[in-house]
Structures are given as structure tokens and as C-alpha cells.
Design a protein around this ligand. Structure first.
Ligand code: FAD
Length: 63
């Protein structure tokens, strides 16, 4: 979906994009509560947070 207001607050995530209240569940991209400018940055942010969350999941699984 195109960027919209709302989503998961950054306060609810640890440094690896894992939900503090639901360990083992990770969030990225439009799941997050961001207010981004248009013009390409949403895809960049989706890729970046997706990569970070993926690394977080590997760390969580000790892989
Ligand atoms: C018309 C339009 C133009 C845009 N143009 C740009 C642009 O030029 N530059 C830019 O940076 N950004 C643009 N954006 C925004 C950008 O596309 C989004 O911010 C980005 O794609 C979000 O990625 P995401 O992975 O978070 O979410 P999504 O791309 O929405 O991916 C979510 C995925 O989850 C799947 N899904 C949903 N529910 C379930 C379920 N229950 N089980 C399994 N899978 C499920 C969906 O099918 C989908 O594949 C545009 C958006 C739109 C709508």
C-alpha cells in the first residue's frame, strides 16, 4: 500500500525491528508508523527496514 499514517510505533520495536511485546515477530516497510516524503524514499525505506528486520530475525534464530 502507499504510505499512510498509522502503523507500529518505533517505540514498540527493539533495535532489530522485533516487536518488544511479541518476541520473534518483526516489522518493516509500511507496517511501521512513518511519515515519509514522496519521491522514491518509501521503497528505499522499505528495502532498508526489510533488510534490517531480516538480519534481526537471523540473529533471533542464532543463524
Ligand atoms: C500507486 C503507488 C505508487 C507508488 N510510487 C512509489 C514511488 O515512486 N517511489 C516509492 O519509493 N514508493 C512508491 N510507492 C510506495 C511503495 O510502493 C510502498 O511504500 C512499498 O511498496 C511498501 O512496501 P511494503 O513491503 O511495506 O508493503 P507492500 O508492497 O504493500 O507489500 C505487502 C505484501 O504483503 C502481502 N500481504 C498482505 N496481506 C497478507 C497476508 N495476510 N498474508 C500474506 N501476504 C500478505 C501483499 O500481497 C503484499 O505483497 C507507491 C505506492 C503506490 C500504491
Amino acid at each position: 500500500a502507499i504510505s499512510s499514517a498509522g502503523g507500529i510505533s518505533f517505540d514498540e520495536l527493539d533495535d532489530h525491528f522485533m516487536l518488544r511485546k511479541l518476541p520473534g515477530t518483526f516489522a518493516a516497510g509500511e507496517m511501521l508508523d512513518w511519515e515519509a516524503p514522496t519521491g522514491g524514499y518509501l521503497l528505499q525505506a522499505s528495502f532498508a527496514t526489510g533488510a534490517a528486520a531480516g538480519k534481526g530475525a537471523l540473529k533471533w534464530l542464532n543463524l
